[in-house]
Design a binder for this molecule. Sequence first.
Ligand SMILES: Nc1ncnc2c1ncn2[C@@H]1O[C@H](COP(=O)(O)OP(=O)(O)O)[C@@H](O)[C@H]1O
Ligand SMILES: Nc1ccn([C@@H]2O[C@H](COP(=O)(O)OP(=O)(O)O)[C@@H](O)[C@H]2O)c(=O)n1
Ligand SMILES: [Mg+2]
Length: 209
Amino acid sequence: METVVDASTSEEANGSAVEKKPTVVFVLGGPGSGKGTQCAYIVEHFGFSHFSAGDLLRAEMNSGSENGLMIRSMINEGKIVPSQVTVNLLQQAMEESGNDKFLIDGFPRNEENRAAFEADTGIEPAFVLFFDCPKEEMERRILNRNQGREDDNIETARKRFKVFLESSLPVVEYYESIGKLQKIDAARAIEEVFESVKTVFASINEKED
Ligand SMILES: Nc1ncnc2c1ncn2[C@@H]1O[C@H](COP(=O)(O)OP(=O)(O)O)[C@@H](O)[C@H]1O
Ligand SMILES: Nc1ccn([C@@H]2O[C@H](COP(=O)(O)OP(=O)(O)O)[C@@H](O)[C@H]2O)c(=O)n1
Ligand SMILES: [Mg+2]
């Protein structure tokens, strides 16, 4: 007869080899508030991997995947793509990165996004950055962005602002209510905004080099 399970295997199974959960910071703010811009600086200074939910969805849309057409029509209407699609893309990107510190930008954009991520990954954010910016300034930035995005036109931008107010702000308020929100005045020059961002991250862990 085969030997029974040995001691080392059962030790792993009962938790001695449990992995540490990754650190996740969600980066929220209205369309054009400067999330992507600030994330690039955070990556340089603090060693996080940055994933923009919008960028991952655009890549998926252009990859010829079966969800491509659905994603394009949602994005062009400023609507939020079903959470399962976005959470799967984020999970895959995190797994492939090999890192354990993630900035997730433009997510969660509604309560369904928030709940799906938590249910599927078991991860809660360490904290949530919120870039607070007046609508007029966000509108100016979007219309000057020049990245060739189909949704950066005035008509879609207005739909995105409406979705932000109705669906995304309640998530921001939720994180505020549990004491996890770090609100930053984003209506200043890029360098000034980053000074405030640095203060928040410096208290966590400075990149060692
Ligand atoms: N503090 C700022 N002041 C002026 N323009 C900014 C600032 N931050 C970002 N921008 C510009 O505004 C546009 C939107 O910024 P982006 O980082 O793409 O925002 P988001 O990811 O929140 O939509 C970009 O063209 C960017 O260069
Ligand atoms: N969590 C998310 C993030 C983006 N999106 C879609 O992608 C679009 C662009 O998101 P984005 O984060 O790149 O846009 P910005 O806030 O950077 O301007 C959104 O308007 C949504 O249509 C989504 O459906 N779900
Ligand atoms: Mg962005």
